[in-house]
Design a protein around this ligand. Sequence first.
Ligand code: NAD
Ligand code: 89Y
Length: 341
Amino acid sequence: MLKGGLIGCGFFAHNHLHAWQEIDGVTITALCDRDEARLKQAGERFGVSRLYTDAAQMIARETLDFVDIATTVKTHRPLVELAASAGLPVICQKPFAENLIDARAMVDTCERAGVTLMVHENFRWQAPLRAVRALLDIGRIGEVFWGRVSFRSAYDVFSGQPYLATSDRFIIEDLGIHMLDIARFLFGDVSHLSAATRTVNPRIRGEDVATMLMVHESGVNSICDCSYATSLQEELFPQTLLEIDGSRGTIRLSANYELTIHSEGVTEKHMVTPVLHDWASRPWHNIQESVYNIQQHWVACLASQRAPETSGRDNLKTMALVAAAYQSAADNLASVDVKAV
Ligand code: NAD
Ligand code: 89Y
């Protein structure tokens, strides 16, 4: 049985903890949060009695097989380095880092220490997106030449995550990062990117609308667009919609998980509705299912000593897209060579 220690018992960590409880072969034996009330509440709710307000103490006193970091971005580097210095495999929530310097340093530290590092980049683990990837893999629409990854909403994310309203950077770093990672997952790595951003909501500090145009190394052209200022007749949070065009047809992932495959003149429709885990709650169940999936992947990777799909090194490429998007938006939509970021 793998024993994990979780650091950061806030808003999102409860999803990690529910998922760990459901996954075979793993148990969370210790929790850490510098906020004692949150720590105690999580301990009681998930039946964990080994509680710490200091991560270094938890790591020194507990016998752990891995550490799961679910804090916000500013603490990621010191906590990842702490785990690596103790020789422990480590999961780190997204956004992995505030900048590429910290991200690269964390990857180097973990590689030097010989510890596995996975970024908890879970959106690509959503079942509907996996279904689309499987269709591309079997060539259902031929050679893909164009794609769109879209997330448009007016859902109030600020009540659960108040820090999102006050950070200098908002939607690209918080949500666009998932869209960019999905674009990489579906269409491959990116050579050039241009982006434009807007701040529409006057009550927040960072940008809440972003449009990114990418040229992939595969030749695919794609658009990632995201907004938290878009009030639709039907609120679709937190659904990612897809449009993909290929030489033999098209794939559309539309509202409420309707998948349309049009190939060689024949149209098929399927529902790819996410599983509702018994601890999950709508509309978050799509994300919650992906948390379960990525954490199950982590356990399988540790068992087989495989690198996780979203290893720290892999995530540097998603982080480079985030950096390129901010760079381009600041430079009037300039085309950014992603390898040079
Ligand atoms: P939060 O502020 O609610 O919780 C973070 C917790 O970490 C707090 O309780 C805080 O006291 C604790 N903490 C911070 N630094 C610490 C330290 N050094 N030692 C011990 N405890 C510490 O934040 P949240 O909304 O839960 O977000 C956490 C992370 O999860 C963010 O990076 C966010 O982007 C990410 N997130 C991911 C998804 C997803 O789908 N992958 C969804 C929402 C949030
Ligand atoms: O923090 C974000 C994430 O990762 O998924 C959705 C979210 O909770 C708000 O944008």
